[in-house]
Design a protein around this ligand. Structure first.
Ligand code: FAD
Length: 519
């Protein structure tokens, strides 16, 4: 297998899960889990990683009740685990209740890449509160306390301090402080809603949130803090005399050492397309990306069929690969069931149907799509290359009648919509291209359409966290690659469209594709 390009390391508070550890950690665990399923090549996942790390260190005190983890679904050995948990878009965050049973798929946490650590904390608290049975033993009660319950508190409890956080129903401060102090003995924190009139008037509470200490002798005193907020309450409460941290056993076993080695750098020509990248994109899209869908039906199934059809028609692959793609297309055409199981498709990809001299690569090997680190470039680079190649091949095909100018673009868009696993990339792309396909009225315009849309993406991502510093995003082709594509008009840069078309035709022509590094 290729090297795992984890976005998290042992020094983060995020538990790194893999195919070997995920079930033993999540299933029947005495604490709940929240897991980020991500792909290390996905730009949004890279941007989101600092938020996940920030959240993990921000709720590290909550660990006996809820633990935060991540798994890289782009790593081929983890693919089956991600498919098992029914995740095919990244990043996806899932919550697993304490004592989850084997077969549990978890609950999708309604978070996105613009969520911040505070939003995510609140979502986690909502999920913790949704436990109906098997409440995590280390998790204190989070529901609001009633006056009646509090009156007799010291009669039934041996704790030294009772802390009351008075707040509005929508506030999370009380619950967060409760969680922050769960590892401390001698103290109980409860939230009290501002609707508890009797208690409010007894203590003369007028400010929300505000925090009061109730002592054994029945007296109350307000906690004086500079700002009425979570971190100020927690800091002040941790200073209380006699407060002691409990020794909680952590249930987490560290991830086993990876037995993967960094791959050797493959020397390549930056101005050429390599078949190894194109075949790797087929490998990744058909085996990893489509492979995370346990069953495929309806529009996704017809999108998959359209994708295979354009590959068969326009991919200038090696005979052995083309035979496999042909066999796949015929099998899909003959498949009448409304639902397709990926395991059945996989048998065709593995050529269990025994078409002579047919095979699909069974690993990825990046050449001109290599990144300076394993988390950069790779699959998305190769899939762009494949898409451009397909539009150029359709434009120069000898089919009669000439292909529909939208045939390849539609197949690409439908693939992106249903299978491209970077969910935010897919959404962004769909929004960006919405309505603009009506400009495509010829095969050359379909080539230029994709070229110009890719350049919009390049422009947006220049300087982004997903950019490989060794391969900065530029408007493409840059002048050193195609000087004749550039011009200046009235002091402004101008693209020479006819020259770009000529350039793309040559750049993506089948006889220039280099065959180095193929098995
Ligand atoms: P890439 O942009 O992947 O390009 C690959 C190769 O294509 C280049 O090396 C070059 O040879 C050639 N090329 C470059 N520009 C053009 C062009 N205009 N026309 C023809 N050929 C060209 N990442 C994010 O972080 N956020 C996103 O929202 C996002 N959206 C994406 C949407 C789609 C549909 C796809 C396929 C990818 C998306 N990505 C996104 C990934 C991102 O676009 C890059 O693929 C990734 O960052 C790797 O970049 P790269 O440097 O290898 O070059």
């Amino acid at each position: 297998p290729v090297a795992e390009a984890s976005l998290y390391s042992q020094t983060d508070q995020v538990v790194v899960l893999n195919y070997d550890s995920i079930n033993s950690q999540l299933i029947n665990s005495s604490n709940a889990w929240v897991v980020e399923f991500y792909a290390s090549w996905c730009g949004y996942c890279k941007k989101f990683a600092p938020v996940w790390k920030d959240l993990a260190s921000n709720i590290t005190e909550w660990k006996p009740a809820i633990n935060l983890a991540a798994i890289d679904c782009a790593y081929d050995r983890n693919r089956i685990s991600c498919a098992h948990f029914e995740v095919s878009k990244y990043p996806t965050m899932k919550f697993f209740q304490a004592y989850s049973e084997s077969g549990s798929k978890g609950e999708v946490l309604n978070a996105n890449s613009s969520s911040s650590a505070p939003n995510l904390r609140q979502l986690i608290i909502d999920q913790l509160e949704s436990h109906v049975e098997a409440w995590p033993p280390a998790c204190p009660p989070l529901k609001p306390a009633s006056a009646a319950e509090l009156i007799d508190f010291f009669k039934t409890s041996s704790k030294q301090y009772l802390v009351l956080v008075f707040e509005e129903a929508s506030s999370y401060v009380g619950r967060e402080v409760t969680m922050d102090l769960l590892q401390y003995e001698n103290i109980v924190v409860r939230r009290v809603l501002h609707s508890e009139d009797a208690l409010l008037s007894k203590l003369e509470v007028t400010h929300f949130p505000s925090c009061y200490l109730h002592f054994l002798n029945g007296t109350f005193s307000r906690l004086r803090v500079h700002v009425e907020a979570r971190s100020f309450y927690v800091d002040a409460l941790r200073m209380l005399p006699g407060l002691e941290r409990r020794a909680y056993e952590t249930s987490v076993t560290p991830a086993p050492e990876k037995n993967t080695t960094a791959e050797e750098w493959r020397v390549f020509n930056r101005s050429r397309v390599y078949m190894a990248d194109l075949e790797s994109s087929l490998y990744y899209s058909l085996r990893v990306e489509v492979g995370t869908h346990i069953t495929i039906s309806g529009e996704p199934l017809s999108a998959l069929k359209a994708y295979i059809t354009v590959l068969v028609k326009y991919f200038p692959g090696r005979p052995v690969v083309m035979k496999l793609l042909h066999s796949l297309e015929s099998w899909l055409k003959s498949h009448d069931d409304p639902e397709l199981k990926y395991t059945a498709l996989e048998r065709v990809l593995d050529n269990e149907v025994q078409t002579p001299d047919a095979a699909l690569p069974n690993a990825e090997r990046w050449v001109s799509c290599q990144g300076s680190k394993p988390c950069f470039r790779g699959y998305p680079c190769s899939v762009w290359t494949l898409f451009h190649l397909l539009t150029v091949q359709a434009a120069h095909s000898t089919y009669t009648p000439a292909p529909d100018p939208l045939e390849v673009l539609q197949a690409i868009l439908r693939y992106i919509k249903h299978f491209f696993s970077c969910s935010y990339c897919a959404k962004h792309f769909e929004d960006m291209v919405a309505g603009s396909m009506s400009q495509v009225d010829s095969l050359p315009s379909s080539v230029l359409w994709l070229w110009s849309k890719h350049n919009i993406v390049n422009e947006r991502l220049a300087g982004d966290a997903s950019e490989d510093p060794k391969f900065p995003k530029v408007l493409w082709p840059p002048p050193d690659l195609c000087p004749q594509c550039h011009d200046e008009l009235k002091g402004k840069h101008d693209w020479k469209m006819d020259r770009i078309l000529e350039f793309l035709k040559v750049y993506f022509s089948p006889d220039r594709i280099l065959q180095d590094y193929l098995e």
